[in-house]
Design a protein around this ligand. Structure first.
Ligand SMILES: Cc1ncc(COP(=O)(O)O)c(C=O)c1O
Length: 367
């Protein structure tokens, strides 16, 4: 069929995003009755009770379309960040926000610059927009090499993407490094500073909002990680109103559903709940990193809600963990075959992880 040939032509070279393995799949594959997913950097403590209640109360209204402009949520976010509502763009997860921004400013003949070890969606969204991917090799610590990224920028560059902290490597850039990079960029270049893991950063030198200056700066955030609403799909960007005016022309009218809007607003309002969970994750991050270090398998310091494991037989360790019902994330797709990314779970889940990892390491060293 002609339309099929046409579709195949258009999608050649496009790769789908590969998410973390679902629990049900591992249970089926291994014949297990219980498994712990530590592969998608979700909040292991669930969603804020206020957010759940807001969704329950609102469930009877879902026969109506949502507010296409997310008026109430935008206004709450505007107060939260002390910006105008027109400086906020809401999306179906920050994933949609990233895609919309890349598609709005880069197309055929344009370049998008990002780090080779940067979040994979930058590459996928660039490709889907028909623009050229410029993946810059990372530093030996698996961070963004800002000097090399600056050198990769040319007349064709329309967008630069930086994840801070980075997924999957957990590295962090400070404001002074970022501002020095921005100072050397032409003003028209859109820079996405993807802060999906911002809440897990303790370092005030990385508090970008109101500190960094660049006309095309877009800071993206999400309700999927610290706020525990990954399944609702809601994220947002903060940027200049005129820039977002352009992006809004590419946005579908009802891109954030009604339940997601009320849940996000309630979660934003439940500051103490969120901060309590963030503190637990940070203290567990320190515990896991100390254990990994002692076993000689720490892949680097992480500033996000996951830790990095490094081992020459990472693939085997992954299999041995899965045999015991633990699902980590392989990183071979990023060219990091000797690394695994492991999301920080509850205290009980992390104890189970350490126990299973100890067994996996022993078994692997006997192979
Ligand atoms: C760095 C980074 N940015 C953006 C996202 C997208 O998250 P969401 O679409 O759930 O907001 C993720 C998800 O893992 C991420 O790691």
């Amino acid at each position: 069929m002609d339309w099929m040939l046409q579709a195949v032509g258009q999608t050649q070279g496009l790769h789908p995003y590969i998410p973390g393995k679902p629990v049900e799949q591992l249970l089926r594959e291994k014949g297990l009755s219980h498994a712990v997913k530590l592969a998608s950097n979700e909040n292991p403590y669930g969603a804020s009770p206020k957010a759940i209640k807001a969704m329950q109360t609102t469930a009877s209204e879902v026969h109506r379309y949502p507010d296409g402009d997310c008026t109430n949520l935008k206004s709450a976010l505007a107060d939260h960040h002390a910006v105008q509502a027109s400086q906020i763009l809401l999306g179906n997860g920050s994933n949609e926000v990233l895609e919309l921004i890349i598609r709005s400013f880069a197309g055929v003949g344009d370049n998008v610059v990002y780090s080779q070890c940067g979040f994979i969606v930058y590459a996928l969204a660039t490709q889907a927009a028909g623009a050229t991917q410029v993946a810059v090799p990372d530093t030996k610590e698996l961070g963004h090499d800002l000097d090399a990224m600056a050198a990769a920028v040319n007349d064709k560059t329309k967008v630069v993407c930086i994840a801070n902290p980075n997924n999957p490597t957990g590295t962090l850039l400070h404001n002074d490094q970022l501002q020095a990079f921005l100072d050397n960029l032409p003003h028209h270049i859109v820079v996405i500073l993807d802060e999906a893991y911002h809440e897990f950063v303790t370092d005030i030198k990385a508090d970008s909002l109101n500190a960094l200056k660049h006309p095309g700066l877009v800071v993206s955030r999400t309700f999927s990680k610290a706020y525990g609403l990954a399944g609702c799909r809601v994220g947002y960007a903060l940027a200049d109103s005129a820039l977002l005016n352009v992006v809004n022309r590419f946005r579908e009218p009802f891109n954030v559903n009604h339940l997601a809007q009320v849940a996000a607003q309630a979660a934003l309002d439940d500051h103490d709940w969120v901060m309590d969970k963030v503190e637990r994750v940070k203290s567990e991050r320190a515990r896991l990193e100390i254990a990994f270090e002692a076993w000689g398998i720490l892949g680097g310091k992480s500033y996000a809600n996951f830790v990095l494991l490094k081992h020459p037989m990472a693939g085997k360790i992954l299999n041995k963990l899965e045999d015991q019902g633990i699902i980590p994330r392989p990183l071979a797709g990023y060219g990091l075959a000797s690394y695994l990314r492991i999301s920080i779970g509850t205290i009980e889940e992390n104890c189970l992880l350490l126990k299973s990892l100890h067994i996996a390491l022993e078994q692997t060293s006997n192979i």
